[in-house]
Design a protein around this ligand. Sequence first.
Ligand code: PLP
Length: 392
Amino acid sequence: MNDRVYLDWNATAPLRPEARAAMGAALELAGNPSSIHAEGQAARRVIEEVRDQIAALVGADPKLVTFGSGGTEANNLALTPALQVGADKAPRDRLLISAIEHASVRAGGEFAPDAIEEVPVTAAGVVDGETLVERLTALARDGRRVLVSVMLANNETGVVQPIPEVAARVHEAGGLLHVDAVQAAGRIPCDINTLGADLLTLSAHKLGGPKGAGALIRREEAVHLPRPLVRGGGQERGLRAGTENVAAIAGFGAAAEAARRNLEAEGRRMTALRERLETGLQAATPKAIIIGAESPRVPNTTLVAVPGMKAETAVIALDLAGFAVSSGAACSSGKVQASHVLAAMGASKDLARGGVRISLGWSTAETDIDRFINAWINVAGSLLKGIRGMAA
Ligand code: PLP
């Protein structure tokens, strides 16, 4: 298994060594972070140091960082009609989401299904600004109180959404904005104030921390969540009850810190690697379509489709050849379905089942890319054989 090449970093990133070390040290701490004795306070210190590290990654106030079990939980915590801003305590009654959100946003949190509306995206995978403004204006006219959720980077295409502009439109219409930054954090700058997000979601395992930790970050203290999801204890300033997962939080902080320190250099290196990859893919399979390539993208993600080539079959063949990639969205149920992201971008049914996602990370090397391209030549060659005019 040692010579396998892992190119599925958007599903999860391998643990960074810094995170492993921090987790090992945290596991040695005996105390409960809520205890007042020295052992408890040592565990508390770890959590508060990580709060500073996470806040630094997104330019936020540390006391507005709430830890939980990951991106899914943070999205669920954010999407609630009960959201308040200062003295404005009336419930939100509409949730607007883009058509390409992750399932944990599409589920709508605490909103009733008939209070949730989808805003389409363009063929380039970017939220349709005109429709967004139309819907915001119409809903404001009807006296609706809107919460909007738009992701910063899409997990399948890597396309980066114009969040500062979205935030400006949402705020002009009196709405609030939640941003799922799970696939963007550690890959591109994610300053909560520059973005203008009222709430921001992060997940540890996408940036080299452990699976099962994440955070919801508020931009201002005035944004208040009066009905937390997990109740029954005062942890996390009453926003998330239960003894904290100190080791996972420690790993999250170390990973965030490493990602922040190397953001620019890793970004540049990743961009060059992806260019090498996409040039190779296009030379090997000239009919390949790099989905979302005309839009700004996070530097680590390529979604490629070749007409006539089924993604599931390609992913299995590549796996057998020693390469871990995925077909569009990771299939949490083990069942591969046509991608809702590609369908929202107007791709044909065939193409929506054809996207192979190749996602890179800090330990990906040029040789990994070159080996992958060789494997792609073989796999595509044999899968496309017999489809006239398709083979490279
Ligand atoms: N949001 C996006 C965009 C994701 O890609 C994912 C994970 O795939 C999540 C949220 C969920 O995060 P977690 O796995 O930490 O629950």
